[in-house]
Design a protein around this ligand. Structure first.
Ligand code: ADP
Length: 329
């Protein structure tokens, strides 16, 4: 049995996601409840290389559950990927006698965590990404809040679109897996959903648009994943041109960074706290190089290299996937 860990650190890295603060809360309180000192590292790996580290107590995270963004700050740090950069990071961890680290972030941040693991630092990752594109977890922190933010926008766009018999294209984030487009389009009743894997059939889409208005629909909303665009072709602009070609007015809304912000939903808060708790327990058990995930409503741990290697499959109930076309009539 290895010696019990005495000091751990926690950082948030890469793209911020609502619910990161709940995860910090879970980490800090679980550590303290288990007599482990816990240090907050500000501004991700960048802050770690600069020694922006301070001890946290239970009251420091009071009220964190309901806060969007990340109170520790996040950063993208190209320097951390260099030999010099990682050496600096490890020097600071040693100087503070921090033996284990919880990294809250997306797949880039998890790769960074693995580099630390390979150099003898104990690390456990927590998946946080509004895109829900991390394998071996059904949900990553932030994806449920982003979905609800999009739905709020989509409902509002439906009001104005219906008032004018217009087409609307709503471009949403989601990286290359299209989770946010598929779920928001389904839940929001979009007439067309384009994800990165969608095969674009111009004639079929134009027919769909015309027939929707012929069936007395007062609006046509297409939700497009920004990840479906290529350097050559912006997918939202393409769908706008199809709607116009079909003979209808059309507007485009790119939701952008509003999708990253806001109060985390109940699901993201629960996930954050649960992941935070599980990550610390894994460090106490002496485990490292793993990510905690929610698999079928259970917390499961997966080696980080496997997480980075595997592709995330979008999980919607099969029943829903089977009937999406029926629902769009
Ligand atoms: P996310 O974690 O949201 O995917 P990034 O991909 O920007 O965001 O990664 C966040 C940070 O993690 C990067 O700025 C870098 O410091 C570190 N990182 C990313 N990829 C790697 C990698 N392959 N090896 C080591 N560190 C990495």
């Amino acid at each position: 049995m290895s010696k019990k860990i005495k000091k751990i650190g926690v950082l948030t890295s890469g793209g911020d996601a609502p619910g990161m603060n709940a995860a910090i809360r879970g980490v800090v309180r679980t550590a303290i409840s288990n007599d482990v000192d816990v240090y907050g590292i500000h501004w991700g790996y960048q802050g770690l290389m600069e020694g922006k580290i301070e001890q946290m107590n239970a009251r420091d995270v009071s009220g964190f559950g309901s806060l969007g963004g990340t109170k520790l700050g996040s950063a993208r740090s190209p320097e951390f990927k260099t030999e010099e950069g990682i050496k600096k990071a490890i020097e600071y961890l040693k100087a503070f006698e921090i033996e284990g680290l919880v990294v809250i972030g997306g797949d880039g941040s998890l790769r960074g965590a693995m580099d630390l693991h390979n150099r003898g630092i104990k690390v456990v990752g927590i998946p946080a990404s509004i895109d829900n594109d991390i394998a071996h977890t059904d949900f990553s922190i932030g994806s449920d809040t982003a979905l609800n933010t999009i739905l709020d926008a989509l409902d509002k766009i439906r009001d104005t679109a219906s008032a004018h018999y217009r087409g609307f294209v709503l471009e949403v984030m989601g990286n290359k897996n299209g989770y946010l487009a598929l779920t928001s389009g389904t839940a929001g009743g979009a007439e067309l959903i384009i994800v990165p894997s969608t095969k674009i059939d111009k004639d079929k889409i134009i027919h769909q648009i015309k027939s929707a208005f012929l069936r007395k629909k007062s609006s046509f909303i297409a939700v497009c994943a920004e990840g479906a665009s290529t350097p050559e072709q912006n997918i939202s602009d393409l769908i706008v041109s199809y709607i116009k070609e079909a003979g209808f007015e059309c507007r485009k809304t790119v939701l952008g960074h509003v999708q990253r912000g806001g109060k985390p939903t109940g699901r993201d808060r629960i996930l954050g706290n649960a992941f935070g708790h599980a990550a610390v327990i894994q460090l106490i058990k002496g485990n490292s190089g793993i990510m905690v995930g929610d698999v079928g409503n259970n917390i499961e741990c997966t080696p980080i290299p496997k997480v980075c290697e595997d592709t995330k499959n979008i999980k919607l109930p099969k029943e829903v996937l089977d009937v999406i076309d029926d629902l769009m009539i």
